[in-house]
Design a protein around this ligand. Structure first.
Ligand code: PLP
Length: 391
């Protein structure tokens, strides 16, 4: 019963928006609460669904698959990463999942032992804490953000590493800041984790949660993490890159370079079983297998970022310019981010307080909305700023 007591703030704001829309009309609600992609999936998704439905025997198409995922699909995942990122994966490095949420829960379950600590640098996706504490009974160690650029706060990370550290969870491009970790950040992290693992005599895993991997702007080069640190799990999903969040399809990568990789892979399979996932959706494994190199039209998010960023800066807000994902994380105009987001509601601007992401004094704006919605919201952001004496 305890589990139903605390709801996600993001979901609560989203539900508030739905209630409010019934009163003032949907078009007058500026709902920036939820990371639901606003861009349609690429054409290949519908084409492949139709082709599989037409060509595959229904009992095969909708049947169970092997727990790890279809072999050709896993090989397609490997080929796609190898051609785009110069890696050398094969099908046996992949375990197909029900999206990134499942990927992360499975990895946590595969590696967690009693007393383990999992380090999460802020700003972070709030579900991590929930999964660490409830799925595996681990301790979630939160690290304060580095608000000047939202890279990792290494001074705080170093202080938090201990003999009990089992893993560090990173997310780049980041939800909520939109920051993309630089090569310098990843290299520094790899050196620190190698050093700490050697000191304590056991591996420290890096869990790289990367559902926004392909949503990167201005040609920014996002480092591929397994190339820098061997004990890295990749937790991926097609929720954002192919705009398929409701279809629940993703994967875990266990690289060959990982210590005891075969045993770890077996533990991932065991964890998927224990958590009751059985197999990833059969039809959407196939669709992902065919569309792994494609994305939805990312340029729309790039445009939204530009329009929103320029508008906010012109209105007097301060914000680190995001390089990826579809979130912006400006400073709130008063220290209490909850109070600020409440005030924003007076203009029907629905924002999420930064405290929920471990970073008070900020708010998250999910700009995966129509560009026109942002354009119509900007005068309201201006009025909100004026309430704080900014003109
Ligand atoms: N990780 C991050 C950082 C996310 O933002 C999300 C969803 O918004 C997830 C994981 C979960 O993704 P999925 O829908 O693939 O389970």
């Amino acid at each position: 019963m305890r589990l139903g007591k605390k709801r996600s703030t993001i979901r609560e704001i989203f539900e508030y928006g739905n209630r409010r829309a019934k009163i003032v009309g949907r078009e007058n609600i500026f709902d920036f609460s939820l990371g639901n992609p606003s861009v349609a999936p690429p054409n290949c998704v519908t084409e492949e669904i139709n082709a599989f439905v037409a060509q595959e025997k229904a009992e095969v198409l909708h049947g169970y698959t092997s727990a790890t995922g279809l072999e050709w699909v896993r090989q397609a995942m490997a080929d796609s990463l190898n051609s785009r990122f110069g890696t050398a994966f094969n099908k046996d490095n992949f375990y197909m999942t029900v999206g990134a949420a499942a990927s992360i829960c499975i990895v946590l379950k595969a590696i967690a032992c009693p007393g383990d600590e999992f380090i999460v640098p802020a700003p972070y996706f709030p579900e991590y804490k929930c999964w660490i504490e409830n799925t595996v009974g681990g301790k979630c160690v939160l690290i304060p953000a580095e608000p000047k650029d939202f890279q990792i706060n290494f001074a705080e990370l170093e202080k938090s590493l201990s003999a009990n550290t089992k893993a560090v969870i990173i997310n780049s491009p980041n939800n909520p800041s939109g920051a993309v970790y630089s090569e310098e950040t990843i290299k520094k992290l790899a050196v620190l984790l190698e050093k700490t693992a050697a000191k304590f005599g056991h591996p420290i895993y890096l869990i790289s949660d990367e559902p926004y991997r392909e949503i990167v702007f201005d040609g920014f080069k996002r480092p591929f993490v397994t190339k820098y640190y061997k004990n890295t799990f990749i937790c991926y999903s097609f929720s954002k890159s192919l705009s398929l969040p409701g279809e629940r399809i993703g994967y875990v990568v266990v690289p060959d370079e990982m210590e005891d990789c075969k045993d770890v892979y077996a533990a991932v399979c065991g964890a998927g079983r224990i958590l009751g996932y059985v197999n990833a959706p059969s039809l959407f494994q196939r669709v992902a297998g065919k569309c792994a190199d494609k994305t939805a039209d990312i340029s729309i998010y790039n445009k939204n970022r530009d329009v929103l960023y320029e508008g906010l800066i012109n209105a007097g807000y301060s914000c680190v310019k995001p390089n990826g994902a579809f979130y912006m994380f400006p400073r709130t105009l008063e220290a209490d981010d909850y109070a600020f987001c409440e005030k924003a509601k007076e203009y029907d601007l629905l924002l999420v307080p930064g405290t929920d992401f471990g970073c008070p004094g900020h708010c998250r704006i999910a700009y995966c909305v129509q560009t026109e919605t942002i354009e119509r919201a900007l005068p309201l952001f201006k009025k909100l700023a004026a309430d704080y004496g900014i003109r």
